[in-house]
Design a protein around this ligand. Structure first.
Ligand code: IPE
Ligand code: IPE
Ligand code: MG
Length: 244
């Protein structure tokens, strides 16, 4: 008897890392890697929709990425606005509900307007939620939630914080993938990943294809998610459910 998850993870979170190295290895400017990264994201979104994933949350630009050279930051901003213009009609047709998660204060008016427009035009979609974390940091998320509660004079509890966090509209991630070979969180979903299964891929993000996604899902399905319990407890629970 097994208590291993058998289906696809409901919520997958991805740190899409390795675009710069992908470009550098080809003697291309780093921004060419980010461009290829957008292609890889398009493929990944489609693959997740096809596999029945309920929520996909991706890390596109961190609070700390402002520290990169100005031409790379500008390139990333332009790429985002351009990609939205092209991709939103397709996402809309594919039933994807878009959410932008992150601090909008530091973004240009033009950018904020296109984020708001993209969210509004996909708001009624129900097939899959796509959260794009942009100008996002896990610490920003926790601090902002706490500040909001304090302002409203509400008590700070796990439940109240949970409701005030930027991903309150979806359940916590089940599978946390990082591409690019690094094994760190880099300030992504610090609160929400408390019980996510971690999967690190050596593939650079532009190379992360359907087969790589299926490998990650396959590994997830071999994990035993105990949430603090023992294996025996999980198996007994499963047995009870099966004989009930
Ligand atoms: C991830 O790829 C995308 C962003 C951070 C915007 P990187 O740009 O970090 O790629 P590497 O890690 O330098 O290869
Ligand atoms: C994390 O990647 C951020 C995104 C993928 C958007 P980084 O490349 O910024 O992470 P570090 O700096 O290597 O930790
Ligand atoms: Mg990186």
């Amino acid at each position: 008897m097994s208590s291993k998850p058998t289906g696809v993870p409901h919520h997958i979170a991805i740190v899409m890392d390795g675009n710069g190295r992908w470009a550098t290895r080809r003697f291309l400017p780093r921004v060419a890697g980010h461009k290829q990264g957008v292609e890889s994201l398009r493929r990944c979104v489609k693959a997740c929709v096809d596999r029945g994933v309920g929520v996909l949350t991706v890390f596109a630009f961190s609070s700390e990425n402002w520290n990169r050279p100005v031409e790379e930051v500008t390139g990333l901003m332009e790429l985002m606005v351009g990609a939205l213009g092209r991709e939103v009609p397709k996402l809309r047709a594919d039933g994807v509900q878009l959410h932008f998660v992150g601090e909008r204060g530091g973004l240009s008016e033009k950018m904020v307007a296109s984020l708001v427009q993209a969210e509004a035009s996909t708001a009624l979609n129900t097939r899959m939620v796509l959260n794009i974390c942009f100008n996002y940091g896990g610490r920003w998320d926790i601090a902002r939630a706490a500040a909001q509660l304090a302002l409203r004079g509400e008590p700070l509890t796990e439940a109240s914080l949970d409701r005030a966090m930027a991903l309150a509209h979806v359940p916590d991630p089940d599978l946390f993938i990082r591409t690019g070979g690094e094994q760190r969180l880099s300030n992504f979903l610090l609160w929400q990943s408390a019980y996510a299964e971690l999967f690190f891929s050596d593939k650079l993000w532009p190379e992360f294809d359907e087969a790589a996604l299926d490998e990650a899902i396959g590994v997830f399905q071999t994990r035993e998610r105990r949430f603090g319990k023992t294996s025996a407890q999980l198996n007994a629970g499963l047995h009870e459910r099966q004989t009930a």
